[in-house]
Design a protein around this ligand. Structure first.
Ligand SMILES: Cc1cc2nc3c(=O)[nH]c(=O)nc-3n(C[C@H](O)[C@H](O)[C@H](O)COP(=O)(O)O)c2cc1C
Length: 317
């Protein structure tokens, strides 16, 4: 069996450089990182904050930059700019984001599923730039009907897309219900390009089940990786037997390392934006055996300095 692709899903405000570097330090190179989406319009305008979001460290490789937008020429220009400037291992088009700012105010994100001609135009415009790296798309099953993906994915393949990742829900579903892996299996059967299945993969057992059901070429993991870079360590061992959860002391060390990377990237005031990560570290298996974990979580989401963080964590280990 060919080696399957394992990917960290793009997550706005989360899969930034500090988090991606931490995932690499903890889990090695054997999975693909998708960075958070960036606006093609902002890139073309030369917006400094957006360009900084695309900066890559070679230790993050293989790493893919994801862009969103609804104007073929702008998308193509943005793809060219960031490929030349940051040398990612691939460019991904966001065709799945449901937030109103993206998918309702404009035809970007999942709205492209309602405008397949436009989606095709975007793919062709970017391909015409001859970027020299693969071009992929990340979609959902549809806007409201979970069969839309069948015709949509086939059109993207015809337009020249090199790989597709599919979140097994529609826009209307949002994050409710359960990801429909059966539908992804149907898409996989009609395409020749690699298909990555996404949605509700939370463990090694889920990966096996998702791959068995979808027949996909890989899986992409989003929320289950938040505060949990160890998920990739367990998976990339490729032994498919026991899930290796981190010890409490490993969690504490990782939080401190993540904070260090985050502050180095965003500056001293970065501790406020670090809070959203902290909320995820002491959850599920990682909370087992920690006394007063609720109180600790409540303290962590109010932390403002690295000193405060260290004080709180000293009571955990
Ligand atoms: C906080 C958050 C931010 C997200 N941002 C993006 C994004 O920037 N681009 C994208 O294609 N999908 C984005 N997604 C969707 C995820 O990549 C993924 O498709 C979704 O969470 C389902 O996978 P999961 O069940 O493994 O979490 C985001 C999801 C979350 C929870």
């Amino acid at each position: 069996m060919l080696k399957k692709i394992i990917a960290l899903a793009p997550m706005a405000d989360y899969t930034d450089q500090p988090f991606c570097l931490l995932c690499r330090e903890i889990a090695g190179q054997d999975f693909v990182i998708y960075r958070e989406m960036v606006s093609s319009e902002a890139i073309v305008r030369g917006n400094e904050k957006t360009l900084k979001m695309c900066e890559l460290d070679r230790r993050e490789r293989p790493v893919i930059l994801q862009i969103f937008g609804d104007k073929p020429a702008t998308m193509a220009r943005a793809a060219k700019i960031i490929t030349e400037r940051f040398r990612p291992d691939g460019i991904d088009i966001n065709m799945g984001c449901p937030v109103p700012k993206v998918a309702q105010k404009t035809k970007s994100g999942v709205a492209l599923m309602r405008y397949p001609d436009l989606a095709v135009e975007i793919v062709k415009a970017i391909k015409a730039e001859n970027l020299g790296v693969p071009l992929s798309a990340k979609t959902r099953l549809g806007w409201s009907d979970d069969r839309e993906i069948l015709a949509f994915a086939a059109r993207l393949e015809d337009a020249g897309i090199d790989r597709i990742a599919i979140h097994g829900r529609t826009k209307t579903q949002g994050y409710s219900g359960v990801a429909n892996w059966q539908r992804i299996a149907e898409v996989k059967k009609i395409l020749t390009i690699p298909v990555i299945a996404n949605g509700d993969v939370r463990s090694r057992a889920d990966i096996e089940k998702c791959l068995a059901i979808t027949g996909a070429d890989g899986v992409m993991i989003g929320r289950a990786a938040l505060g949990n870079p160890w998920i990739f360590r367990s998976i990339v061992d490729r032994q498919w037997t026991v899930e290796r959860h981190p010890t409490t002391s490993e969690v504490v060390q990782a939080v401190l390392r993540h904070a260090e990377l985050h502050l180095a990237h965003y500056g001293e005031r970065g501790m406020v934006t670090f809070r959203k990560h902290l909320a995820w570290y002491f959850h599920g298996e990682r909370a087992v055996g920690i006394s007063d974990v609720k109180k600790i979580r409540a303290e962590l989401v109010r932390v403002s300095t690295i000193g405060e963080l260290k004080d709180i964590l000293s009571s955990v280990a």
